[in-house]
Design a binder for this molecule. Sequence first.
Ligand SMILES: [Zn+2]
Length: 81
Amino acid sequence: MSLPAGLYWSEQGERACQDHTPYPGSDSWRSGRWAPVPAVAMPELARTHGADAVLCETCAAKARNESNASKGRVRPRKVTQ
Ligand SMILES: [Zn+2]
């Protein structure tokens, strides 16, 4: 089962994209009461909690790590075939 693309949140205030939520229907999915963040809630969320509040926490952490790791280095070129 795959989720539509977008941002999801749990009752505990965790945020995740469709790739980083708990598996839909799993115990953690249900106990966290994961649900899509309504598009109308996004601006309010960003205003009250900052721009990071509308990002997947996992993706944001990865992006931070990657930008630190790649400091002063040339990014490897993507191999396309
Ligand atoms: Zn993510």
